[in-house]
Design a binder for this molecule. Structure first.
Ligand code: FPP
Length: 246
């Protein structure tokens, strides 16, 4: 079994993003309600956050609630929102103990007020932490993010604030929710599904993708280490050829 000690510290993904999938199926396998899967998913979130901080990951981004997830049954959405509030409340001390800064991406103002306020509070109380940045994608959709950026840039062009020619990668980045985050290096999705599901479409342009069959509540240190070991064994060429690297 591989452990954190097997990782090469000099070649870690700087930004790791995770699509946490399979809570519902995990619960169904056990004859329980989907909510039971989400509750157990929180344990996997806690372990993964602590392990990533221990490994030395600088940026961890978790897809916690998408713009499409509102379409789920009301009971499930309500319980997920309650779970978010209780987890944020409970984990504040651990975030501070581990020097982790909480950040969020997505249309968070449209979340229920209780969630929004708790999120703001935990972000404010961890803002001076200088270790890992933990970003929760909440009410997040990549197309929505890109649409907003395009609208904002179009209006700046219309009002002669910027010229169309000045719009480059850096300018586009600065108009995304992720303006203060680097590109994603490694994207993990659990549960055996091999889709991106409207997550960080611009930011994963050069990311390495890793799919694992385990459902999210079962995602362990071993799965995390295997994903990073796989990343460390890949050659990232960014369009170049092998001989041009280094
Ligand atoms: C995907 O499983 C999971 C979600 C949509 C929500 C993720 C939420 C948590 C892990 C709990 C709260 C999170 C935090 C950050 C405290 P699914 O429901 O789509 O599973 P399925 O594909 O088997 O139906």
């Amino acid at each position: 079994m591989s452990t954190i000690e097997d990782l090469k510290t000099e070649n870690l993904p700087r930004h790791l993003a995770i699509i946490m999938d399979g809570n519902g199926r995990w619960a169904k396998q056990r004859g329980k309600l989907r909510i039971f899967g989400h509750e157990n998913g929180v344990n996997a979130v806690r372990k993964t956050v602590e392990n990533c901080a221990k490994i030395g990951i600088d940026f961890l981004t978790l897809y916690a609630f998408s713009t499409e997830n509102w379409k789920r049954p009301k009971l499930e959405v309500d319980t997920l929102m309650k779970l978010l509030v209780s987890t944020l409340k409970k984990e504040l001390a651990t975030l501070n103990k581990n020097n982790i800064r909480l950040n969020s991406i997505g249309n968070v103002q449209a979340l229920p007020n209780k969630v929004y306020l708790e999120l703001q509070e935990v972000m404010a109380k961890t803002k001076s932490n200088s270790g890992m940045t933990l970003t929760l994608a909440l009410n997040y959709g990549s197309r929505e993010e890109i649409k907003q950026a395009v609208r904002c840039l179009a209006s700046k062009v219309k009002n002669n604030i910027i010229s169309p020619e000045s719009i480059d990668d850096t300018v586009i980045n600065s108009h995304l929710y992720t303006h203060d985050l680097p590109d994603v290096d490694l994207l993990i999705r659990t549960s055996g599904e091999r889709r991106i599901s409207n997550f960080l479409l611009w930011q994963i342009a050069y990311a390495e993708l890793y799919f694992v069959d385990a459902f999210w509540p079962d995602f362990s240190e071993e799965h995390l280490v295997s994903a990073i070991l796989s990343y460390q064994n890949r050659e990232r060429r960014f369009g170049k050829i092998s001989e041009q690297l280094n």
